[in-house]
Design a protein around this ligand. Structure first.
Ligand SMILES: *Cc1c(COP(=O)(O)O)cnc(C)c1O
Length: 444
């Protein structure tokens, strides 16, 4: 059996490692076997100290300039995680009224550190954000600027506004999570933005004080961020010459993480991922572009802060052979974790209990949902397993639970937050009764 990558990599990459006499997987000091017994499966498990560590790494990379980290709530919107990040001083990037309500529950002060992104804000969402007194509206069209001006006038509340410009930068990532090209629905072309800034400057209740970008997600090179920031810096200078003083530059999110830890095909360990180095290179690229601009830098990391803090714990229901293929059928499905189906994303899968005598085989790891796309891995070399064994799908702290659904009338998993050796239930497992609560059949 190949040596496990978790033992050979920098311990700060993931909080999951094997420990104990029977070599079982732990999240920090909490045994995943015990967590499965106590809370059931499928179960999302997150490490609090790992999230704290990532926040600090990111924060420290920008320590030399005024900045605010606005955690992208959509990556993982669990209230306990928001509250914890708020306590660490984080602001928030929200994309809906629902996310704003969550941030308000995490703390009223935190909500004043929120920036509101998204191409389709409704009047109700805008009103809630105005009344809350959020830090900044990231406006994505001329029409939205007009609606915001009208709502602000009506409520007699000032709105600080940033235009999300589209820097027309290509970032190498999956097409579904690339957002910075002219052809995408996001943002406003830089050329066009001047006119909207001028119009906004005339509005008594709008304060055009920011420029924002967000070029995509899971971007593994610092270069496209630097190129986008160059274009933003140029715009800030041009706006200054027309009397519009920009105080905030919002660099968006998108810093990627390493999902592959061990390549079972060639048996070689992939290049190690050093989160500190990634944050430093990202900060350097942004710094170089912003040079001496006197602005507060806003950053909207989501994935980088939480992805590797989490694992989805699942139990094998059946081991099945169809023709020449071996299947492990798990109690988690694509409704619980859709990234493999949606983005062909790779997640490392580890046996929770290592058994050196079991040997290896090639498996498709699939869920119970009635879709061929319901898979977590295809043709993966894994320890041979039997019904009842536990598997951990790594790096599922971001865009895991937040993209989950009730497809096939499946209640969503519970979530626990590990703090050292203790685990706290931060979301109860849904029940079928929860799913049915909103439905009405009495009219028939
Ligand atoms: C999704 C999103 C983010 C976070 O992206 P990550 O890749 O998770 O860092 C930040 N800002 C905006 C506007 C987004 O839409």
């Amino acid at each position: 059996m190949p040596r496990n990558f978790l033992e050979t990599m920098n311990s700060s990459i993931r909080p999951f490692r094997y420990a104990g006499a029977n070599s079982s997987l732990h999240c920090d000091q909490a045994s995943l076997t015990s967590l499965a017994a106590k809370f059931g499966t499928p179960l999302y498990v997150y490490s609090r100290s790992h999230i704290a560590g990532r926040f600090e790494i990111f924060d420290r990379a920008f320590a030399h300039r005024p900045h605010l980290i606005c955690y992208a709530v959509k990556a993982n919107p669990n209230l306990s995680i928001l509250k914890f990040l708020a306590r660490m001083g984080s602001g928030f990037d929200i994309v809906s009224g629902g996310e704003l309500e969550r941030v308000l529950l995490a703390g009223r002060r935190a909500a004043r550190r929120a920036v509101f992104s998204g191409v389709g804000k409704t009047a109700e969402e805008i009103d809630l954000a105005l009344r809350t007194g959020i830090l900044l509206f990231n406006v994505e069209s001329g029409a939205e600027a007009e609606l915001l001006a009208a709502r602000a006038r009506r409520l007699r509340l000032k709105a600080r506004v940033s235009l999300r410009v589209n820097p027309d930068v290509f970032a190498e990532t999956h097409p579904y999570i690339s957002t910075g090209l002219r052809e995408h629905k996001f943002g406003i072309g830089i050329g066009e933005s001047h006119k909207i800034y001028r119009q906004m400057a005339k509005e008594p209740f709008l304060e055009p004080v920011g420029v924002s970008v967000h070029i995509g997600s899971q971007i593994r090179s610092a270069e496209p961020f630097g190129v986008a920031m160059e274009r933003v810096a140029e715009l800030v200078e041009q706006l200054k010459s027309t009397g519009i003083r920009i105080q905030y530059v919002d660099a968006g999110g998108g810093v990627g993480v390493e999902y592959v830890g061990f390549d079972a095909q060639d048996g070689k360990k992939r290049a190690a991922f050093d989160p500190q180095d990634v944050a430093a290179r990202y900060a350097a690229a942004i710094d170089r572009a912003l040079r001496g601009l006197d602005v507060t830098l806003l950053l909207e990391p989501g994935r980088f802060l939480v992805a590797q803090a989490g694992a989805l714990l699942t139990r094998i229901l059946y081991v099945k052979r169809n023709g020449r293929k071996n299947f492990l059928i798990t109690d988690a499905g694509m409704n619980d974790l859709i990234r493999p189906a949606l983005y062909r994303a790779h997640h490392e899968i580890l046996p929770v209990v290592r058994d050196r005598a079991a040997g290896m085989s090639t498996f498709d790891v699939v869920g119970p949902v009635c879709e061929t796309g319901d898979f977590f891995a295809r043709g993966r070399r894994l320890q041979r397993a039997k019904s009842g064994d536990l598997l951990a799908l790594l790096d599922t702290g971001a865009y895991g639970m937040s993209l989950s659904s009730n497809y096939n009338s499946r209640p969503r998993p519970a979530e626990v937050l590990v703090e050292g050796g203790r685990a706290r239930l931060i979301r109860k497992r849904e029940t079928v009764a929860d799913l049915l609560r909103a439905e009405r059949s009495g009219l028939l």
